[in-house]
Design a protein around this ligand. Structure first.
Ligand SMILES: *[C@@H]1O[C@H](CO)[C@@H](O)[C@H](O)[C@H]1NC(C)=O
Ligand SMILES: *[C@@H]1O[C@H](CO)[C@@H](O)[C@H](O)[C@H]1NC(C)=O
Length: 451
């Protein structure tokens, strides 16, 4: 580790410890440490867990629990319903931290979506009812989910495949859309940072601020230079301020685990309030996964995850193991189909595409009230990453939901707007017709980029 790396680690650790202390103060002031967990709460939580996870019941009316048994890898749990005939279009949903398949239940329960498509909501490795990798490296997670998607596509004769993702699922969605985009008709990506674009924006901000600082040192009386240096860094600093909670998950494990478990899952309760999920215990049940009473039939690591200390290790490792930026070493089967798709696209390999550039059309959505992301830092320069649809496709969109926060698919009117975007993708509709449909639900939705 170089000096800069060491300094960064020290800085992250300090921010992490300070943030954790802030969170502990927040939990303490809400009384989370002294309020005993009542009998009723315990019963509600147990009932919610069996509602969501009991394999002998339907998780939602018309839906079924299923498992994907990976040849080499780990077993994934998913929930399946809608029109499951081979000829219908396929929609695959991937949730984020600290959720599971259940966070999509509004979309899964929308009758018009159920009638139009085959719906699959998967639990990411380490989450919900899916098995867990010891380390959430890009190669482990991206390979596991890509093989899952390939297996689901094998059930179909219809070529339409739409990926809908949120938060960490969307970081994965951004990577899949650029690295194996040929799998999808469209990716609908909610509330996340595009890793390559973020790096580019960070580099641009720090190098331009650096240059201005050098000029300032030569002209120390010119305060305009100092101000401009700060201005160019501001989007990056604002994003850091938004992401401070993530620094807690980078602390040594015993500290990182605290945030998740302290005060009877105080952190999850805060998330449930922000997400506006109908009740806290359902949200906890969704995040905590099957309890030992439902564990029968699930991968064996579900039993190990009953230990409250290590419960969230698989989830937290998404922050710790460089999933956003690390290299994905693709296994042979994925390399082969990638190569085949490049040949059929007439891609010669001479023009190396910009890293992170999409290989399929995308609809990117963010909530203007999302406290975790800063728009300027996350999406400035997005145009350079879009897939050229050349008039044949229906274009790419960056969509702002003015009243939505970090979970736009849960509360109205965001959730109906998300439904409309999904249905438009299934129907192959874009442009004005798609906008009219969305505006019929929420006239304030803004289409900020259209290309
Ligand atoms: C795929 O689904 C669309 C929309 O339902 C339908 O119009 C189309 O005919 C289907 N294609 C095939 C090959 O089944
Ligand atoms: C300070 O620097 C800026 C940017 O280079 C320049 O436009 C401005 O004229 C300078 N002001 C003074 C007082 O030198």
């Amino acid at each position: 580790m170089g000096l800069a790396g060491f300094a960064l680690t020290v800085a992250t650790t300090i921010v992490g410890v300070l943030s954790l202390n802030l969170m502990i103060l927040g939990a303490a002031s809400s009384g989370a440490f002294i309020k005993p967990v009542g009998k009723k709460k315990k019963e509600d939580r147990q009932r919610a867990r069996s509602e969501l996870w009991d394999l002998s019941q339907q998780p939602l009316p018309g839906f079924h629990h299923k498992f994907y048994q990976a040849q080499d890898g780990i077993d994934l749990h998913y929930v399946e319903g809608g029109d499951t005939s081979p000829t219908s279009p396929l929609i695959i949903f991937i949730h984020g931290f600290p959720d599971s398949w259940f966070i999509w239940h509004h979309q899964l329960e929308t009758p018009s979506i159920q009638q139009k498509a085959h719906l699959i909501a998967v639990d990411m490795p380490g989450y919900g009812g899916s098995d867990c990798f010891p380390v959430a490296s890009p190669s482990a997670i991206l390979t596991s989910l890509t093989n899952f998607i390939l297996a689901m596509k094998e059930k179909k004769t219809n070529e339409t495949c739409i990926l809908v993702t949120h938060d960490w699922g969307s970081v994965i969605g951004f990577r899949l859309a650029s690295e194996v985009g040929f799998l999808f008709t469209r990716c609908i990506i909610l509330n996340a940072i595009h890793p390559s674009l973020a790096i580019e924006n960070m580099d641009r901000a720090t190098s331009s601020a650096g240059k201005m600082m050098q000029t300032y040192i030569r002209n120390p009386t010119n305060l305009t230079l100092l101000r401009s240096a700060f201005t160019s860094l501001r989007p990056f600093l604002t994003q850091l301020k938004c992401s401070y909670y993530a620094s807690i998950f980078l602390l040594p494990s015993p500290l990182a685990r605290q945030l998740f478990k302290m005060g009877d899952f105080w952190f999850l309760r805060i998330c449930s309030k922000l997400a506006k999920v109908r009740n806290e215990e359902i949200y906890l049940a969704s995040s905590l996964g099957p309890s030992s009473s439902e564990a029968d039939g699930y991968p064996s690591s579900i039993l190990t995850r009953q230990n409250v200390n290590s419960r969230a290790d698989g989830m937290i490792s998404y922050y710790r193991d460089n999933l956003a930026f690390g290299k994905w070493s693709k296994p042979e089967n994925i390399q082969l189909i990638s190569a085949a798709s490049e040949t059929s696209n007439g891609f010669t390999g001479l023009l190396e595409p910009k890293p992170g550039r999409f290989a399929c059309p995308v609809t990117i959505v963010y909530g203007a009230r999302d406290t975790a992301f800063h728009r300027k830092f996350c999406y400035e320069g997005l145009e350079d990453y879009l897939y050229p649809t050349k008039g044949a496709g229906l274009g790419n969109f960056l969509v702002c939901f003015p009243r939505a926060g970090h979970w736009p698919m849960v509360a109205s009117p965001g959730r109906e707007s998300v439904d409309m975007l999904i249905e438009a993708a299934v129907d192959g509709i874009g442009g004005e017709e798609m906008k009219e449909r969305v505006w019929a639900v929420d006239k304030d939705v803004k289409f900020e980029v259209e290309k």
